[in-house]
Design a protein around this ligand. Structure first.
Ligand SMILES: C[S@@+](CC[C@H](N)C(=O)[O-])C[C@H]1O[C@@H](n2cnc3c(N)ncnc32)[C@H](O)[C@@H]1O
Length: 215
């Protein structure tokens, strides 16, 4: 669990307003500090099970100091299993292994990214502690994760949210680079670094109960 998170109260007035307007008006926010030039189209928040065509998530890597901060936010330690859903060149999972002694799994649609990630893991000498798989994150069992890292898009996060609630165990942490999950799942922790915003959540018994009640 995040033990130093300042809680939802730490969200700025503007951000709280945005999140509650999101809830009230059921419109999508533009990403707080999204990928340059990639505006999020307005649309409806959909019931959790509805599947909509999603925008393609481009490959943009997280700078190393932001990776380190994500690991700190999630309090990654040796016993953790860190999944990066959309892992790119594997840097988050590799850093979790090389800097924190954790194990990890990276999932990416793009075979070229998976090749790079495997090569980077070998270079870092952590190939025994990490695995990379070419797969669609929406068709992946990430239930072994104690930590999930995301750098996707708001719409993708929203669609993934029920799967996170369903698959992850109580106490698992989720950290997302630049994109939150809207009013349905307000972040417990928000950290701003330069033009970046990081959001942190923990899976609670209440979330597990809520998702168990959904068809
Ligand atoms: C913004 S990059 C983030 C890369 C890495 N996580 C990082 O922070 O450096 C998003 C990655 O997600 C991958 N991706 C997009 N949609 C995906 C999907 N449905 N399943 C698996 N990977 C996906 C893309 O190929 C891309 O490499």
């Amino acid at each position: 669990m995040f033990d130093y998170h300042p809680g939802y109260q730490s969200i700025s007035h503007t951000e709280r307003h945005q999140i509650s307007s999101l809830h009230g008006r059921r419109t999508l926010l533009r990403g707080a500090a999204g990928f340059a030039g990639l505006a999020l189209a307005p649309g409806l928040i959909l019931p959790a099970r509805a599947r909509q065509p999603l925008p393609k998530v481009p490959y943009v890597s997280t700078p190393q100091d932001i990776v380190d901060r994500m690991l700190t936010m999630a309090q990654v330690e040796k016993h953790d299993m860190v999944y990066d859903l959309g892992c790119g060149d594997g840097r988050i999972v590799i850093s979790a292994a090389s800097r924190r002694g954790a194990r990890g799994v990276g999932i990416d649609l793009d075979s070229e990214r998976i090749r790079e990630a495997n090569a980077n893991a070998r270079l870092a000498g952590v190939q025994e502690r990490v695995r990379f798989r070419q797969a669609d994150l929406f068709h992946t069992d990430f239930s072994p994760a104690t930590v999930v890292m995301l750098y996707l898009l708001f719409e993708v996060n929203l669609q993934l949210m029920p799967q996170l609630w369903r698959q992850l165990r109580v106490g698992a942490r989720v950290v997302s680079h630049d994109f939150h999950m809207g009013a349905q799942w307000p972040p417990e922790q928000i950290v701003r670094i330069r033009d970046k915003t990081l959001y942190g959540w923990t899976i609670t018994p209440e979330l597990k109960q809520e998702i168990a009640g959904r068809p």
